[in-house]
Design a protein around this ligand. Structure first.
Ligand SMILES: [Zn+2]
Length: 854
């Protein structure tokens, strides 16, 4: 059946027909007239529509830009879906019972019709500017951040004054009169990305987590429908924020507002693309509508001071504040990536307590935690507290590095820009893929690995790139982006296109990424598998560097001119700052070193005697036990605060071979006794058995026997080392009725200790933090500790609370300097800072805290 885009008239006819068929579910009103005298139609959709204004509401606006037809088409389809399913799908009925949908499928009817009939790329409305030009960009005509544009022919001409246009006046009047609106979604094309609202500064906002989470949860439904993942582009300073847009006006009224850019072309092939866009966005819209009442005045308040209380390598304890209310419980969500869904898929805790411990986590891993309160009676949920980011501690044997390339070692090299390729390094962005002007283009990154020891055993590694495609970069649903490890012997000059193009690929790293999951504003990762980690070790040993080539599609279908992804380099015009540089995360350990410690003292102890220099055990004539005693000094191990013991065993050889048939078994105990005597041994405090008991037959078969320490014994051994104490052991027979039996052991007993040189505690904190205003920028200065193991400081900013750990907020700086600037921040906003000093593991110190008051 032929299905095509609806005209504005057909849209209005359709809506009127809906009212005739479902009068209790939908009503229409005209918000006003356009320049060309068309009605700007708004539909209200809810159960018992006469009470629509009494319920919390979501505002949907579409096609404010004339050529972006998806807004109208999706709006109409969503209404059709709701009306068609309210009596068959209980979820739809529930959503429409509690929430109202206000929907303006087309906010720019004149422009839309002009785009349909005359000029498909028309964007503005149809005001006669009186100088031979037409149209105002309605999405630059709102008041927040309004900027006057003098060129009336410009596509972004903002109009003579804020709200000069009938369309913007109409929607403003409606929004101002409807305080029940809690969420606003403005549908545009193109880019497959959410652009949540901003407050025109680059500081975190209390609603920031709500905005990102709303989009992430919508994204969850989109992904379920078509496998596509939209970008969420907030929390990063764009070069220029959009002025005078509807989104910012709605946000200024306290509404959770976002733009949704759908699809990859303004007017796509209906059958191929538009149908898919609609299909994936309807479940997302239904979800968003269900959230409207969670942001209403009936909702519980959001939890406050959501903080990290304690962390280890496997556990995280979080705490928060909330007034005592018996019907409130809390939902806790955990993700390992930023901007992921907070729903059933990530719910890790439900509790009435004001604290929560998450267990069995991975070491040295970033986790993002979220919390909201839920009213147990009404089911209404609160807004989210600002997210809490935590990196778990490393295991005692682990190290990590995040490696950034130097500017001259990262860039792109393209087929048609051979003369300029050298200049693409260290500047602007990484353009990867293909388009008409650049041809095929590869990204190249040469990571220097000289901060890693050559014998590192790599436990985890991944490459991270920050996709930055602009709206005008049309990433269609074809092609894959992949990362390859290349043989540097096959490349003369990394900036030369032919060299890179013809280089020898050793291995493709991680999984290739299809275009529909490369998302603007969300990091992409390529993770090394075990085989690839071994290759990385080889590169480390042979070149002390890792050369990567990043490839996208190399062919364009008929009629397409670009399939190019821009990744951030952190530098240049589009760069978001150094935190968005490509980076390589590596978690590693080192091979253990081994030290054989000869026994310090041995003895044989019975009730009757203590014989030094002899190691025997057995039973005396009364069947009383005779004990062997061994004592080791750990002094020959390196300094305890720089040594992690990873393994240990005691080696003992039996000397005499008795032929007796009794089943006697022997075991070794790690003991804590003050002075050597039979009495003390009898009342000894056992730390732990070492290994399993061995039989005499075992000992006769294997002349030398190893008693291997378990993890608790290793920990005790490390404590002895730390305290400078000797470690003491006894060997004894296990119970048997035997008299006059003695086994003698060789006196060359050894304790073998395996260990890794690694610092255990962080360097001392920095001191003397001063926060000042220098020329309109906040400057932080401090004094670094003078300790030898000090490597640098990590400086973090948090708008809401003093940072509790290095991941808790925006990183401002990491390195050896003793000052930094809050580059993107503003002195007009109060905030907290913390400085953590770190060593080469890294272990981080407690925070040195500072505040900025206004
Ligand atoms: Zn638009």
């Amino acid at each position: 059946m032929k299905k095509q885009y609806r005209s504005y008239e057909q849209t209005c006819e359709f809506l009127k027909e809906c009212v005739r068929r479902y009068p209790s579910l939908i009503s229409l009103e005209s918000l006003g007239k356009t320049w060309e005298n068309r009605d700007i139609i708004l539909a209200k959709v809810t159960l018992h529509v006469e009470h629509a204004d009494l319920k919390p509401a979501l505002l949907y606006t579409g096609t404010i830009h004339a050529r972006e037809w998806i807004g109208n088409e999706l709006g109409v389809s969503f209404i059709e879906y709701l009306l068609g399913h309210y009596d068959t799908n209980p979820m739809v009925l529930e959503v429409l019972t509690k929430n109202t949908l206000y929907i303006v499928p087309c906010l720019n009817p004149d422009g839309f019709e002009y785009s349909r009939k005359h000029f498909s790329f028309w964007r503005k409305n149809r005001r006669n500017n009186g100088d031979g030009t037409f149209g105002v960009d309605l999405n630059r005509n709102f008041s927040v951040g309004f900027q006057k544009v003098t060129d009336t022919s410009s596509n972004v001409y903002s109009g003579p004054a804020p709200f000069s246009e009938p369309e913007t006046q109409a929607i403003k009047a409606f929004v101002d009169a409807h305080e029940n609106i809690t969420i606003a979604l403005d549908y545009h094309s193109q880019g497959n990305v959410f652009f949540p609202a901003h407050k025109f500064n680059h500081e975190a906002e209390i609603e920031g987590t709500d905005l990102n989470t709303l989009c992430a949860n919508m994204n969850y439904h989109i992904r379920k429908a078509t496998g596509r993942k939209y970008g969420i582009h907030r929390g990063k300073p764009p070069k220029k924020l959009i002025s005078g847009s509807g989104r910012e006006y709605y946000y200024s009224k306290g509404i959770i507002a976002t733009v949704v850019e759908v699809g990859t072309r303004n007017i796509p092939d209906f059958m191929q693309n538009m149908r898919e866009s609609i299909h994936e966005n309807i479940p997302a819209l239904l979800y968003a509508l269900s959230e409207a009442h969670n942001y209403s005045t009936n909702a519980p308040r959001r939890p406050e001071n959501f903080l990290l209380q304690h962390k280890t390598s496997q556990e995280v304890t979080l705490a928060w504040e909330y007034p005592c209310k018996k019907d409130i419980y809390f939902q806790l969500f955990r993700n390992t990536e930023n901007k992921e869904a907070c729903n059933e898929s990530s719910l890790v805790g439900v509790t009435k307590n004001h604290h929560f411990t998450d267990i069995e986590l991975s070491s040295g891993t970033n986790y993002f935690y979220y919390i909201r309160a839920v009213d147990n009676i009404t089911g209404v949920k609160s807004a989210f507290a600002p997210k809490m980011r935590v990196q778990t501690l490393l295991d005692s044997t682990e190290f990590h590095r995040t490696i950034f390339p130097t500017p001259s070692d990262v860039g792109y090299t393209a087929e048609f820009t051979k003369e300029q390729n050298r200049a693409h390094f260290g500047r602007n962005s990484l353009f990867i893929g293909i388009n008409e002007t650049k041809g095929i283009s590869y990204g190249v990154i040469d990571f220097k690995l000289d901060t890693l020891p050559q014998n590192a055993i790599i436990k985890e590694a991944y490459l991270s790139l920050y996709p930055l495609n602009r709206v005008n970069a049309k990433i269609e649903k074809f092609g894959e982006w992949s990362v390859s490890l290349i043989d540097r012997e096959s490349v003369g000059d990394i900036t030369d296109f032919d060299h890179i193009s013809q280089s020898t690929v050793i291995q493709t790293i991680g999984t290739t990424m299809p275009s529909e999951t490369l998302t603007q504003g969300i990091w992409s990762h390529w993770k090394f598998n075990e085989y690839e980690r071994r290759l990385l070790e080889t590169q480390l040993q042979t070149h002390n560097a890792l050369l990567l080539k990043i490839s996208g599609p190399t062919k364009l279908p008929l009629g397409r001119d670009s399939q190019m992804m821009m990744f951030d380099l952190g530098y240049g015009n589009f760069g978001g700052g150094i935190h968005y540089r490509p980076n390589l995360f590596i978690k590693y350990t080192l091979p253990s070193q081994s030290l054989q410690i000869p026994v310090n003292a041995i003895a044989t102890v019975s009730l009757d005697y203590t014989k030094n220099h002899q190691l025997s055990c057995g039973f005396d004539k009364e069947n009383q036990k005779i004990y062997g005693y061994m004592e080791f000094s750990l002094d020959t191990l390196p300094a305890p605060d720089q040594t992690v013991i990873t393994g240990a065993y005691i080696s003992i050889k039996s000397r005499n071979r008795t032929r007796s048939k009794e089943d006697i078994r022997y075991n070794v105990e790690f003991v804590d006794i003050e002075e050597l005597s039979c009495e003390n041994i009898k009342v000894r405090e056992r730390i732990e058995f070492i290994g399993y008991e061995v039989s005499r037959a075992d000992l006769q078969k294997n002349k030398c026997h190893h008693f291997i320490f378990d993890s608790y014994s290793l920990q005790s051994l490390e404590e002895m080392h730390q305290k400078g104490q000797k470690s003491k052991f006894i060997i004894k027979p296990t119970s048997a009725i035997v008299k006059n039996h003695l086994v003698t052991w060789d006196e060359n007993v050894t304790l073998t200790v395996e260990y890794i040189p690694r610092r255990k505690s962080p360097p001392p904190m920095a001191t003397d933090l001063k926060v000042s205003n220098e020329g309109g920028k906040i400057k932080l200065t401090w004094t670094n500790p003078k300790e030898e193991g000090f490597v640098g400081v990590y400086v973090v900013r948090n708008r809401f609370h003093p940072p509790t750990n290095p991941s808790d907020g925006d990183k401002l700086y990491a390195g050896k300097d003793n000052y930094t600037y809050d580059t993107f921040g503003t002195p007009q906003i109060a905030k907290y800072f913390a400085i953590f000093s770190y060593d080469d593991v890294p272990n981080y110190s407690e925070p040195l805290r500072g505040e900025w008051h206004i």
